[in-house]
Design a protein around this ligand. Sequence first.
Ligand SMILES: Cc1ncc(C[n+]2csc(CCOP(=O)(O)OP(=O)(O)O)c2C)c(N)n1
Length: 379
Amino acid sequence: MATKSPAAPASRGAVVLGPHANALTRAERLELYYWMRFTRSLEERLVNLYRQTKVVGGLFRSLGQEADAVGSAFALEPGDILSPLIRNLGSMLVKGATPVEILKQYMAKGDSPTRGRELNIHFGDLERGFVGQISHLGDMVPVMAGIALSFKLRREKRVVLVYVGDGATSTGAFHEGINFAAVQRVPMVVIVENNGFAYSTPTTTQTAAKSFADKGIGYGIPGVTADGNDVLATYEVTREAVNRARAGGGVTLIELMTYRRKGHAEHDNQSYVPAGLGERWAAENDPIDRYVARLTEEFGFSPKELAAMDARVQAEIDAATDEAEKSGVPGALDALTGIYADPPLEKPLWFREGVTSAVDAHERPVGWGVYDAAKGGKS
Ligand SMILES: Cc1ncc(C[n+]2csc(CCOP(=O)(O)OP(=O)(O)O)c2C)c(N)n1
C-alpha cells in the first residue's frame, strides 16, 4: 500500500535491482545520470533567466521529480510515443527535445517550436515521439488511448506512455480515457505522478483511495506503485509495463511516489506546505543524490567521472543559452501564420491601413455605430 506522500519522505532502504535495471549497460547507467543532471541544470538556468525577466510566463519546475521523468521515458523504444506534462522536461529530453528548443520556448522566441505562441514545454514532435500537451488535466489520456488504438489497428508494435498528476486523476477525461484503453486492451502505460500536491491541494484531499494504483482494479488492469525518486526502480516498473503492452497485454497503471519540491510554478510561495517538509525531502530523498550514491558505491563510477559529466552538461547548457538568446521575438504579423489561408485571400490587417492609432479611427464597420457615453451609448 502506498504512503500518502505529503506526510514524510519515502524510506531510502537498499533496493534490489530487478531484471530490467540489472540488464542496463554501464553506458546506459551513466546516461540516466546525464539526463537527470541535465534536467535539473537546465531548469536552474531557466530560473536564472526567469529572474532576469527573459522567461515570459510561468516557469514550472520538476525539482525532485527528475528520476520519475527520466527513468520512465528511458524504458521506451525509439518508435514509442509519450505525452509529457509540465513536470516532464526530463522525459522530453530523453526523447530528443533539445535544450535550445526548450530555452527558446520559455523565452517566447520567434523561431521557437511554437514561434512564441505557447511557452514552457508545450510543443510536440511525433517523429521524435512526444506529443504536445493539452493543458486541461486528464485530457491526454483519451488522446493517447486513441494513438495506442491506431498502433493496435495497424498492428504496429509500438507503445504509448501518458503522464498524469494526482490532481488529473479526479477528472472525467482520465476516467473515460483509461476505461476505453483498458477495454480495448491498447498498448498503453499510464503513469500517475503522486507528488503530494495538485497546485495547493494535498493528495490526502484529492482522493479517498488508499493509493492511486488501487484504481487499476476498477478498470480491470494491473496497478503498481513504485519509488519515483529511485531512477532504477522507475525504469524497472515502466519497462515491465511497456514490454507487457507491446506483447498485447494491454494497459498498466503505475503510481510513482515522489514529491514536488517547488510550488506549482515559480511564482507560488508554497505557503500551504507544512514547514520543513520540502527541506526534508531535499535532504533525505533527493533522486540525484540517491543515484550518485548507487553509481559510486554499487556500480563503480568514480566521482571524477561524474564531475566530468556535470561539466559536459554545464557546457552544453551554456552553449544552448547563448544560441537561444540570439534569437529575436516573433514579428507581429506572425500571429496570423498558420491560422488563416496561406496565401491570404485578403491582405492581412487591411482594415488598419492608414490608421495610426485606435483613437484616430474605429476598427469596426461604420454600420455598428460607436459608443458615446454622453448619449447613453447611442451614436
Ligand atoms: C481540467 C483542469 N482543471 C484545472 C486546471 C488548472 N490546473 C493546472 S495544473 C493544476 C494542478 C495539477 O496537479 P497535478 O495533476 O497533481 O499535477 P502536478 O502539478 O502536481 O504535477 C491545476 C488545477 C487545468 N489545467 N485543467
